[in-house]
Design a binder for this molecule. Sequence first.
Ligand code: IPD
Ligand code: CA
Ligand code: CA
Length: 276
Amino acid sequence: MPSPDQLQRFLDIATEAALAAGTVLQTYWGKLSEVQIQEKGRSGDLVTEADKAAEVAILAVIQRHFPDHAVLAEESGRQGALDNPFLWAIDPLDGTTNYTHQYPFSAASIGLLIDGVPQVGAVYDPFHQELFRAATGLGATRNRLPMTVSPTDRLDNSLLVTGFAYDRRETVDNNYAEFCHFTHCTQGVRRGGAASLDLAYVACGRLDGYWERGLSPWDLAAGVVLVQEAGGRVTAYNQEPFDLLSGRILASNGRLHSAMSHELMQVKPLIEFSQL
Ligand code: IPD
Ligand code: CA
Ligand code: CA
């Protein structure tokens, strides 16, 4: 178990790395040409020079301070031994589609797993200059002031957020039915386009709950710490313990958790949108 001082140091380095990425993302903003935007295989899954340059900036900070830690970074993959207890999960640009359209809702997301459990998270949105941070037992902050989840306790008073994975055209499990279902029984469902910021917005009380499938560890590692430390709850859809490798998450202010889970468990797929 790391001490609070150790966790604080990890958090400070995560912050330094997230801010460094933010500078890179601002530098490239609005300057990407078509040749600097590529598809990664799946339709709609983009990568740009900005993603790659931001990742280089993050890795330089992490590896300078913690050369013996392992990393899992979206664009360059995994480095370090599989049994290393420290694993940094890095998304240099979460919200790449937004970024390429100059829709300002993107962030750098840096989480640290210790023995497989997310314990440190820094999410930085350079376009609104918002820095969200948390570490286990140290609380959660937005721009260095404490943040907490919302008090909303009824679904029909809630504002939720979700997203749609890049495989949505190829699977019946495309989240369309869940989106319709919650749109019907809440004040609204937003589709942010950056999972780490969706979680940060739940953590700071702007949104009351979030669910999504088809995600990667780097999308979630930082954000789950934000929500938990801000007083919220993170689980699987069925309220079983959260599994970072499942790609599936239900995060809420806690008060809405059972109700959201109950709704998610009874939704039937909208198969007419599937090509299967
Ligand atoms: C994506 C965003 C989006 C989510 C996708 C993610 P990227 O990350 O977080 O909100 O719906 O599933 O892959 O590709 O912009 O880093
Ligand atoms: Ca992402
Ligand atoms: Ca990304």
